[in-house]
Design a protein around this ligand. Sequence first.
Ligand SMILES: Nc1ncnc2c1ncn2[C@@H]1O[C@H](COP(=O)(O)OP(=O)(O)OP(=O)(O)O)[C@@H](O)[C@H]1O
Length: 347
Amino acid sequence: MNNRIDSMSNIENTNILEVKDLEVKIKLDEGILTPVRGVSFNIKEQETLGLVGESGCGKSLTSKAILGINNKNCIRSGSVMFKMDNRCINLLEYKRKSKELRKIRGKKISMIFQEPMTSFSPLYTVGNQISEAVRLHITKNKKEAEKISIKMMTRVGIADASKRFNQYPHEFSGGMLQRALIAMSLVCNPKLLIADEPTTALDVTIQAQILELMKELQKEFKMSILYITHDLGTVAKMCDKVAVMYLGRIVEYASVYEIFKNPMHPYTRGLIGSVHNIGASKEKLFSIEGTVPLAMNLPDRCSFYDRCTSRDDKKCLAKEPCLTQVSEDHYVACYNIDNNKINDINK
Ligand SMILES: Nc1ncnc2c1ncn2[C@@H]1O[C@H](COP(=O)(O)OP(=O)(O)OP(=O)(O)O)[C@@H](O)[C@H]1O
């Protein structure tokens, strides 16, 4: 059986992406690192899912694994079902450099990275790099590709786009270059945009404008977004659902409303606390003690144990908790969630 192309029945009707048990292993001289350990989530059409967590918890490797753009030493397993053209394919079944994946990248699924300066080559004009995607996926005609690119550059708010088309990346400001990067990602009208910390390198006012622009374009192009960030503040603005990631696993998964109203995992509560408490305490800013450990030779116990303020030695040291459903759209991987809180939600 060809398990690359499956019938639509393998993916829920409104989902555009279904990631199941995604694992990424990296062979190092010291041993095998498993920075992504059985991640599962779905994204519906036109929905935005936020993938949130501190630096090093595996967000970028998860998104790169979806598109097959990890380093060569990363071994991926699990499944990534993507719906396109009335069929459903498992992206993990294709080789990284396969013709099929190249057709999907940039055309059906696009990605924006946090640092626009490293996404553009300094050697070519910005316009040349935007229209390259058009020439690859839409038309071979250079003039027509230029016209489509300039239209998109204008749409993302780049004034005097025909002139800007012939300029080099160093002639753009950070915010303008991020707009150009958005133009490059959306010029082929993808169905899914993976935005990895798209505004981290920008100052706060420009950040707000770029996020607003992404939301407008999402509506216009009827696109879904996987929004990767460590910043819960922007999640509230951008996302419909949130998956909180810790040490390569999703520890809480819920609607954005639920995450902020009823955060259940101590890690999620810590992340929210570190946003909400800014300015509230006169003594010191709230932070979660410690850092994300390395995902190598992990003992079978709760991976958040060492940093958790509500740990229970008997339960938490025995086994790593699974993601468990606590209400219709809320899943948590923790033994110590407050049962009263669950009853409240389920009422
Ligand atoms: N090619 C690699 N070789 C070795 N370790 C790697 C490699 N790529 C990532 N890692 C490690 O895997 C872990 C997860 O990395 P990843 O980049 O996915 O984290 P992240 O959550 O996206 O963090 P950030 O927000 O800082 O990008 C980190 O500990 C990182 O150092």
